[in-house]
Design a binder for this molecule. Structure first.
Ligand SMILES: [Zn+2]
Ligand SMILES: [Zn+2]
Length: 338
């Protein structure tokens, strides 16, 4: 949608005067279409209740384009499931590298790995997380750090010290992982904003961590279909998908679907794919987790007009489902100067 001339004039008027440092969004160079996937699920190869074939079929039959089977310290090789992988459904090899430190769970997923990774331990909590992130990197896999509030294991202070990680679970569908925090412990969105505000470039993912595909589907069971990502990638191929994830070319969701996200140097547009008579509220969030703008519009539009290190968006529908748009970072200063 083109902005009306009045809005355009106001936007131009908001440009910095001579001598001020201009602020602009770093425009992401994404391409391709959206692919829906889940990067965290279990099978009978560890503590899930269904065989890998059954689990993969569930996702394929429910509109997912890709899946990572991530069993605890077991490599479930997609090559063993040739009947399930098709041109339209990709299995990316993975594992939930499952370690811990002094009773605190340290679980790091390895995506697109060539074989099993042995969990590592170290003398500190930060060291233990780092050692497992490094183990995934050493085989050119992509790490994501799982459910920080599971067992109330660690928060932003610890995560700020970890290096070479780009992906953090901000929503996990398992009923026992405390996504929202409580009793004085921050929820995972607040942890994410804390890290972003410290200058750490990290993207928030939503996952199922599904264990239960049999019997009753209920809130207190770890069923599939609760959290996923939609990745914008040039093709449905493991390297293209994990590279797009690490570049932040995706949104995370518990039920809201987006049609498009458009970023220009001064503007973010979130185009929502509406469902029935549902209504949507979009919040644009900046440094410190501050809500910079709230709108019921579709597309939801944010114009950059003040200091903030990043802007991200959260779209909430009238049922409470959410889509999290990844942060867009703000560059200060004339791109032509040093
Ligand atoms: Zn776990
Ligand atoms: Zn898990």
């Amino acid at each position: 949608m083109r902005p009306p001339p009045l809005i355009l004039a106001l936007a131009l008027a908001a440009q910095p005067a001579l001598g001020q440092s201009p602020r602009t969004f770093e425009v992401p160079g994404w391409e391709g279409r959206w692919y829906r996937g889940n990067t965290h699920t279990h099978t009978t190869e560890s503590d899930g209740d269904s065989a890998p074939e059954h689990v993969a079929r569930w996702y394929r039959d429910h509109g997912y384009d890709f899946l990572v089977l991530s069993d605890h310290n077991v490599f479930t090789d997609p090559a063993g499931l040739p009947d399930l992988a098709t041109e339209d459904f990709l299995l990316i090899p993975g594992e939930e590298v499952t370690s811990g430190f002094e009773g605190r769970p340290v679980h790091v997923n390895g995506l697109n790995i060539p074989g099993v990774i042995e969990p590592r331990r170290a003398g500190t909590l930060v060291g233990t997380i780092q050692a497992n992130v490094d183990a995934v990197r050493e085989v050119e896999g992509v790490p994501h750090i799982n459910h920080p509030n599971f067992g109330w294991a660690f928060g932003a202070e610890v995560l700020a010290k970890v290096r070479d990680d780009r992906l953090l679970e901000i929503f996990n569908g398992h009923p026992g992982v405390h996504n929202r925090g409580g009793g004085g412990i921050p929820g995972l969105e607040a942890v994410w904003d804390d890290l972003l505000s410290r200058g750490k470039r990290i993207y928030g993912i939503a996952v199922d961590d599904a264990h239960h595909f049999q019997g009753e589907f209920a809130a207190d069971r770890a069923n599939p279909g609760r959290g996923w990502v939609a990745v914008r990638a040039p093709r449905l191929e493991p390297r293209a998908i994990v590279d797009a994830l690490e570049a932040g070319h995706f949104y995370a969701s518990t039920g809201v679907t987006l049609a498009d996200v458009v970023v220009t140097p001064t503007r973010i547009e979130v185009h929502i794919d509406p469902r029935g008579d549902f209504r949507y509220t979009t919040e644009f969030i900046g440094g410190g987790g501050r809500v910079l703008k709230t709108t019921g519009g579709n597309p939801a539009i944010f114009e950059l007009d003040g200091p903030t290190p990043y802007v991200r968006a959260r779209v909430i529908d009238s049922r409470g489902d959410v889509a999290w748009v990844q942060p867009v970072f703000v560059r200060v200063g004339d791109p032509g100067s040093s």
